[in-house]
Design a protein. Structure first.
Length: 92
């Protein structure tokens, strides 16, 4: 662990990144304060990848509470599909 941010990757992250890219997202992996920076249709999101039972760390919780942009937590390929459907429908 470096400082308050752990640098361990979740086991499902690679599959989630592959799925996001297959759906046309720009994806940049990050180490802190979140796992992924996503872009599509002129919009940007920050995302944390967690396993099914994974929880945000205390620093991540604080960050998410104060961030004023688009955020999400992705746990599965199904989460990616649901997020993508929302993005395509919303477009705002």
């Amino acid at each position: 662990m470096r400082g308050q941010w752990a640098n361990k990757r979740d086991a499902n992250e690679a599959d989630i990144v592959i799925e996001l890219r297959a759906r046309g997202y720009s994806v940049t992996t990050m180490d802190k304060p979140v796992d992924l920076l996503l872009g599509k249709l002129g919009r940007t999101w920050i995302a944390e990848v967690k396993t099914t039972k994974g929880k945000l760390t205390k620093p991540q919780e604080r960050f998410y509470k104060t961030w004023r942009g688009n955020t999400l937590i992705l746990r599965s390929i199904q989460d990616v599909a649901e997020f993508d459907a929302y993005v395509r429908e919303d477009k705002a």
